[in-house]
Every structure is written in C-alpha cells, then in structure tokens.
Design a protein around this ligand. Structure first.
Ligand code: 6CS
Length: 313
C-alpha cells in the first residue's frame, strides 16, 4: 500500500524533515506494509494544488498551511491574525499539538471540505526581509510586500502600512530581484534555503507571527482506515510533536548563522517593545475583520485561542 505525502517546501526544509520522519515511523510500525512517497514543492504543483489533490483523494497527506488555505477553509485564517501566538514557542507547541479549539472545533471546518486535520506545528518566527529599514508603519509606505494568498494576510500588511502582493513562493526570489516586490516575510530557515537574503538587505524581527502549518489527510481515506492504523497515526503524531519542535528550532538558529556568514553586511533589526506596539495597534482591527468576513463561530474560536496562547487583549 502506498501513501502519498506532498509538502510545500524544498528537500531538507522543516516540512521535509517532518515528512521524512513520518515516512520512517510509518514504514517501521507497519513492517513495510505501507510505503510513504514524499513529494516536495513543485513536484505536484503549487501550495494550493496539493490541497486540492488531497481533497480529491489523489494524495493521502499534505501540508496545507493557513497562509495558503484561506480561500479553501476560511476559518483557518485565524492563525494569520497578527500577534495571536505566544512569544514563547513552547506554549505555541502545546496549543498547536493538542488544543481542543483546534482538534474538536476547527477540525469540523476541514471535514466539510473533505479533509481530516492531522496535526499543526510551528516552523519559527516570521521575519521580514526588506531592502530598506522599517521600524514603524509609516516606513512601509510604498513597500510592495509579498504575502501568502490568504485574504487576512493581505489585510494585515495593508494595516501595517505596506502594499501587499500575494504570490506563490516560487516567484518570490525573482520578484525581489526585479523589484516586482520589495519585501517578504518567512521563518529564518526558509529565508536561507530559498536564498531570499541574497536579494534583500535587512532582517527585521517584529514578533508579529509564527509560521504555522497544518497537515491534512483525505477524509475518506482516513475514515476507511482500520482502528489499528488510526492508532498508529495518533502514535506517530505524538512522537513527531516533540521531534519537529526541536528540529525547527535547530534549523532556524543554524540558518541565521549561515546567512550572516554568507552575507556579513546583512542588517538585523529587532524591534523594541515600543516599536512592536505601533504595529500591534495598526493591526488591532484584523481579528474583527476576520469575524465579520468568515462569520460562524470565528469570534469564539479567536477568543478561545487567545486564551490558550496567553495573548488575550
Ligand atoms: O512563503 C511561503 O509561501 C512558504 N514558506 C514556508 C516557510 N513554507 C512553505 C510556504 O509555502
């Protein structure tokens, strides 16, 4: 039996580390009865294509990050609301791996789209890379800022003062090179592996968001599994919650060192609490916009998550 697993990143990136370890554990625990085939970014299409392939059952598992999922499962955009997650990644790990708001509540939003929510994990703090320093919203004026395709991200960067442009990440390097865009945001490991630091000059830590990702499976596929196989998947998830948390931390700190070695004159700016407060204030209405646009129980979900992350306003 073959399980296809598609993700959104390059070989050796955080999602690939997860997929490789998932493959190793599933094959070991099924004594080779299940073989997992991994597809990296681009092999089966873009971020949005692999979600559709999973919903259609052509792929059994895939990463479907909230940043790309906003038009397919609109409720998931709650993870794009600025400053929702904790500054303490141990708290984020705990909530993302076991929150009842996510696994009992939001899981239903996935089910209605033919997807079974498997797991969520953080990939690291999102860092802005820009061609000029930005320490306050007014300095974003006229900056064409690439974001993922979820509508809430576009609204957030508008609120921060920038001109957001939604693009698949495969177009970001050349976009920065040719000044179609001037800036983008991603975790450090990804800025290094996709080489975005080569075509920007500043790394700016604003503390506004962690990159979060979701792994989903095809719902019909999951429902058809035996109880033993479902238990196996739950066991693998529990083992990988700890594994990926450490793996992403290591990947991010090693990548920052490598960027600074490859480009010694890159400038690192860590916004002060006061500077962060200005961006926080500028984007304070984003939660309410989401509630208005998505409706349903979004208000309750946002409130419950803020409580779990310890970031209630
Ligand atoms: O910026 C993006 O679109 C990509 N960033 C990461 C960290 N993973 C995959 C995603 O598509």
């Amino acid at each position: 039996e073959e399980w296809k697993f598609a993700h959104e990143e390059s070989p050796g990136d955080v999602q690939d580390l997860y997929a490789q370890e998932f493959k190793r554990l599933v094959e070991e625990k099924t004594n080779g009865e299940v073989e997992v085939t991994i597809y990296t970014y681009g092999q089966l299409g873009t971020e949005n294509d692999i979600t559709e392939l999973t919903a259609a059952g052509a792929v059994q598992f895939s990463n479907a990050s909230p940043g790309h999922l906003g038009t397919f499962v609109p409720e998931i955009q709650v993870f794009g609301v600025p400053y929702l997650l904790s500054q303490d990644n141990a708290v984020n790990k705990e909530v993302l791996s076991s929150s009842p708001t996510i696994y009992d509540g939001m899981a239903k939003d996935f089910e209605s789209k033919g997807l079974k929510l498997y797991t969520m994990y953080p990939e690291g703090e999102m860092v802005w890379t820009t061609k000029k320093p930005v320490t306050q919203p007014s300095e974003f004026d006229g900056v064409k800022f690439r974001v993922m395709t979820s509508p809430i991200l576009i609204e957030s960067y508008e609120a921060f003062g920038a001109d957001p442009v939604a693009l698949p990440w495969g177009e970001v390097y050349s976009g920065l090179q040719t000044s179609v865009i001037d800036a983008q945001v991603n975790p450090i490991f990804f800025i290094e592996s996709a080489k975005f630091y080569e075509v920007t000059d500043y790394l700016i830590y604003a503390g506004q968001q962690q990159y979060t990702t979701t792994i989903v499976s095809n719902a019909g596929f999951y429902d058809g599994l035996s109880d033993d196989r479902k238990k196996l998947l739950a066991d693998v998830k529990a083992e990988l919650d700890g594994f990926i948390y450490e793996a992403q931390e290591k990947a991010n700190s090693a990548a920052l060192a490598r960027i600074q070695e490859a480009k010694p004159d890159i400038k690192v700016i860590r916004l002060s609490d006061e500077q962060r407060a200005a961006f926080k204030k500028a984007s304070a209405g984003i939660g309410d916009s989401l509630i208005k646009e998505v409706g349903g129980d979004t208000a309750e979900v946002l409130k419950a998550l803020r409580k779990e992350f310890g970031t209630s306003m």
